[in-house]
Design a protein around this ligand. Structure first.
Ligand SMILES: [Fe+2]
Length: 385
């Protein structure tokens, strides 16, 4: 083994790790051998695990190379990194979030409240003071999702009226909890998954804002700094007692991909935690269906198609569930209503795809009737049969 054995608190910026570092509390792989310890990363590591021993050496060659090399702004990478997002100037108190006539005010208010709480955390650069508020809003969001899943999804898709870091966080929260629910995860774990969803990118606030705002090409150094954000998300949450290990794993690995093409560690297949597989699908779907300065938002159907075309990168079972569940009840499909009735989708409202017109048999056996879910608000689709 090359390098010097030393405590993490003794490391200096620019040093290179010579062996992997695992979190002593959780056993999670944090940093791989070969990682260059840039200042911000080292600060986060020293704050969390100052007395841990590791092997490291001094090397300026690696970081100098990073300065010289440049990467072309790759659209696929940009989707994944959700660049150009941080403005920090949104005023959530005065902004109307939803168009008039929106069908469910409660879902809209929960969504807006989640954005407000996230805004406070992001602006205040602290999580703990807002933890209770965060858990409260997640409780409401998951509660709503369990009763009216289509409504929370619908609200998340409407986010295109306001594209920001905050709505991305809440959308990933909604899509992750939704995918977790349809994949069979039950409460209270679903709330933890939702927490991982809303906090997955919180480490972005540790990346210099000039990098997020930079137009055009990033240097390799900048690119690598951006890719550290999932580590910062992990470090920020690992300091909080209430946050469990699954949430930490999900957050740390949310950019890892099954084919090994992800980061920070290039993990493969079952090396990825279930929650990171869920977060990854939700994150990419939302990035793709969000507006960028260089393109309009893709439709949710295009978003699903994009996921399908990149299926080697995602867990196939979860991806199929997600695509099937968001395919919005095509005409002719059989569905189970919360009333216990089976029905067939007969028509879809352009603006309310989650609330189609259903044909069901009358209970007295005297024929069939149509239920328009856009009008019968207490009735909703439990699942696709
Ligand atoms: Fe991310």
């Amino acid at each position: 083994m090359q390098g010097i054995k030393m405590r993490i608190k003794e490391l200096e910026p620019g040093m290179v790790l010579m062996d992997d570092i695992y979190c002593p509390q959780t056993g999670i792989l944090l940093l791989k051998a070969g990682t260059v310890l840039r200042r911000a990363l080292l600060r986060a590591l020293q704050k969390n695990n100052p007395d841990l021993y590791c092997y490291a050496c001094r090397s300026s060659a690696i970081s100098r190379n990073e300065e010289i090399l440049a990467v072309k702004a790759d659209p696929a990478a940009a989707e994944n990194l959700s660049l150009e997002e941080v403005s920090g100037k949104e005023n959530w108190e005065n902004r109307p979030l939803f168009p008039p006539g929106f069908v469910d005010r409660e879902a809209g208010e929960i969504y807006a409240q989640a954005c407000r709480v996230f805004n406070k955390i992001y602006s205040g650069r602290k999580i703990k003071p807002y933890l209770r508020e965060l858990y409260n809003v997640i409780e409401s969001l998951v509660g709503k999702l369990l009763i009216h899943p289509e409504m929370m999804i619908y609200v998340a898709l409407l986010k295109k009226i306001d594209n920001s870091t905050f709505s991305h966080a809440v959308n990933v929260c909604v899509f992750s909890a939704f995918l977790g629910k349809v994949a069979g995860i039950k409460e209270p774990l679903l709330k933890e998954l939702a927490l991982a969803g809303i906090m997955h990118d919180i480490g972005k606030m540790d990346i210099p804002v000039e990098i997020w705002r930079k137009k055009g090409r990033l240097t390799l150094l900048e690119f690598n700094k951006v890719k550290e954000h999932s580590l910062y998300s992990y470090f920020r949450l690992a300091n909080i007692d209430q946050v469990d290990m699954q949430t930490l794993m999900g957050v740390l690995q949310h950019h890892e991909r099954l084919d090994g093409s992800g980061y920070p560690h290039g993990l493969k297949n079952d090396e990825l935690h279930l929650w990171s597989k869920i977060l990854g699908i939700a994150d990419v779907f939302d990035a793709y269906t969000s507006e960028r300065s260089y393109r309009k938002a893709y439709s949710y159907h295009q978003g699903l198609e994009h996921l399908r075309q990149n299926s080697a990168r995602f867990d196939s079972k979860l991806l199929n569930i997600f695509i099937r569940s968001l395919s919005f009840f095509p005409i002719g499909s059989r569905v189970l209503l919360n009333t216990g009735e089976n029905g067939i989708v007969m028509g879809i409202h352009k603006h309310y795809p989650y609330r189609p017109i259903i044909r069901v048999a009358k209970k007295d056996g005297s024929g069939e009737k149509l239920i328009d879910l856009a009008e019968s608000r207490s009735v909703f689709i439990e699942k696709l049969l």
